[in-house]
Design a protein around this ligand. Structure first.
Ligand code: PLP
Length: 371
């Protein structure tokens, strides 16, 4: 492991081991491993936490996007507006339901979908928009929702990186027709295997997603459409309930490291993420922009600091989307971000000495090079 690892998931387990081990024993001895009390309790607790009326536990974040789109009625022939700078998975979910992803550039400052560009991207086939709370920074949901309501477009927010994030004091789960969440181990709220869920205020969307996660069965013996098997199992639900109790405190640790970076890196030749003001990010990633990114990344690695790049290739430049025929230069903001972004360690188990080491390494990499 690097001296300053990007994320220390083993430490997350160790800190909660007594509670997690007790949860493991409780589920194992219950004899109930799927569709039991742990799942229904997690669904109720996460809905309440995330500001939504209800929640459906699923097997992955990807399923929460595809089933959410299907529940919203998105399918073959539809177009779905998606940010140009997100993981290719967001675009893939749109393609997986037979719809066409249509890229919308982000704002330069927030890196989230630019609501002023939505109208230009809309066509008569536009059925939905999927804003992504990238790095845990909330997208401008009030503006996206106002536009979507006026345009008859549905909104599925991708909150895979934003557990605990807030807009004007309200959880991001309260913004959108439905909200898709990943519970992958490295997320702010992560299981110890794959996991995901969908939240919504709409009883119809919740009911349809519940049906779709269970092969399309509306009741025990009546199958009304083709669904999939996407169950969040009892063990993972029990582990997630343990972690949910600690989520705000762990997010506060991330925020403390973010503030340390924001204060210490201000004089360096790089672009910092915006500080929290009217929004409260979950600080899933702390992403700087820096020229000569790969050289800086190598220098940090030599100093024992592990970093990642989210994401080096924009979705539209991935081979899987070559058939969309999006030429280089069509989305210059996303291309520039892909060349310059660098994610620094920021997990809840990064001690402040670790963050200080990152600062020193970055200072040496940038100052040594320019003087
Ligand atoms: C923004 C975003 N959307 C979707 C996903 C997919 O989630 P999962 O890996 O749980 O399928 C992820 C995580 O990988 C993500 O970061």
């Amino acid at each position: 492991m690097a001296e300053v690892p990007f994320l220390d998931l083993g430490a997350a387990y160790e800190e909660l081991a007594p509670e997690l081990d007790a949860a493991y024993r409780e589920v194992m001895s219950s004899g109930r491993y799927l569709f039991g009390e742990q799942l229904s309790s997690f669904e109720a607790e996460f809905a309440a936490y995330s500001g939504a009326a209800d929640c459906v536990g699923l097997r992955t974040g990807f399923d929460s996007l595809t089933l959410g789109l299907r529940a919203l009625g998105v399918g073959a022939g539809d177009e779905v507006l998606v940010p140009t700078n997100t993981t290719a998975i967001t675009w893939m979910a749109v393609a997986a339901v037979g719809a066409v992803p249509v890229g919308v550039e982000p704002t330069e400052v927030n890196h989230t979908i630019d609501s002023d560009r939505l109208e230009t991207a809309r066509t008569p086939r536009t059925r939905a928009v999927v804003p992504v709370h990238l790095y845990g920074r909330p997208a401008d949901m009030p503006a996206v929702l106002a536009w979507a309501r006026a345009s008859g477009v549905r909104v599925l927010a991708d909150a895979a990186q934003a557990h605990g994030a807030r807009i004007a004091g309200e959880p991001v789960g309260a913004f959108g027709d439905a909200v898709a969440w990943s519970l992958y181990p490295s997320k702010n709220l992560g299981a110890f295997a794959d996991g995901g869920c969908l939240t919504s205020d709409s009883p119809d969307l919740i009911a349809r997603t519940r049906r779709l996660r269970n092969y399309g069965y509306a009741s025990r013996d009546e199958a009304v459409e083709v669904g999939i098997n996407s169950r969040l199992d009892e063990l993972q639900a029990a582990f997630l309930r343990v972690r949910l109790v600690h989520l705000d405190e762990w997010n506060a640790r991330r925020r403390a490291n973010a503030n340390l970076y924001l204060e210490a890196l201000g004089d360096l030749p790089l672009v910092l993420p915006p500080a929290d003001e009217d929004v409260e990010g979950s600080w899933h990633q702390f992403v700087i922009r820096v020229a000569d990114r790969d050289r800086v990344r190598n220098a940090l690695a030599e100093a024992g600091v592990e970093t990642l790049v989210h994401y080096p290739t924009p979705p539209f430049a991935q081979p899987v989307f070559a058939h969309l025929g999006i030429a280089t230069g069509t989305f210059p903001i996303a291309e520039r971000l892909a060349a310059e972004v660098l994610s620094l360690p920021i997990g809840p188990h990064l001690p402040s000495e670790g963050a200080e080491k990152v600062v020193d390494a970055l200072r040496s990499a940038l100052v040594a090079h320019t003087t």
